[in-house]
Design a protein around this ligand. Structure first.
Ligand code: S3P
Length: 184
């Protein structure tokens, strides 16, 4: 099973640590689709890590590059696309995300997000004195945005990447045919 002809790509959105890249890679493997990660495209373009890009050029440049990465994908088909957690912050990205295909939001509880993101240091926005409060504040701003964009929501807390992929694929299968038509 993969996406119906009328739906070009699968787009994963969600907070840092929600599993977009790992789950996206897994679904792409199952379907024989390309896997694309907007963070990776930006890292490759600058040949720098995300923290280095933030440190050298600042967040506004990174956000412009996220928008550019989405524009560059507008002719892409049959891909699973993982996005950075902040991609929803710019309203100009919303129509681009919708145009790409079915939008799947991976959610997780604050505790689970904390557990996952505290394992590594590659998220510049969480390099604060009190990262747990930062997470809570960022979540409050972003959850309504993910919610408004999502065609499908998958709760990932306590699940493996394979289990999340199973649920996402099952939800896409149940996604009403009428909605596939709407997304043409
Ligand atoms: C960000 C999330 C990161 C990366 C950058 C900014 C954010 O991606 O794009 O550090 O604003 O939430 P992940 O969601 O893959 O961690």
């Amino acid at each position: 099973m993969h996406l119906p002809e009328s739906v070009r790509n699968l787009v994963l959105v969600g907070f840092m640590g929600s599993g977009k890249s790992s789950v996206g890679r897994e679904i792409a493997r199952r379907w024989g689709y390309r896997f694309i990660d907007t963070d990776t495209s930006i890292r490759r373009k600058y040949r720098k890590s995300i923290p280095d890009i933030f440190a050298s050029f600042g967040e506004p440049l990174f956000r412009d590059e996220e928008n550019q990465a989405l524009q560059d994908l507008q002719n892409t088909h049959q891909a699973v696309i993982a996005t950075g957690g902040g991609i929803v912050l710019q309203p100009r990205n919303h129509p681009l995300l919708r145009a790409l295909g079915v939008v799947v939001w991976l959610t997780a509880s604050q505790e689970v997000i904390w557990e996952r993101v505290s394992r590594n240091q590659n998220r510049p926005l969480l390099r604060t004195r009190d990262p747990r409060t930062t997470i809570s504040n960022l979540m409050s701003t972003r959850y309504p945005l993910y919610h408004s964009l999502a065609d499908i929501t998958v709760e990932t807390s306590g699940l493996t990447h394979q289990e999340v992929a199973d649920r996402a694929v099952a939800a896409i299968r149940l996604w009403p045919a009428a909605q596939h038509e709407d997304r043409r």
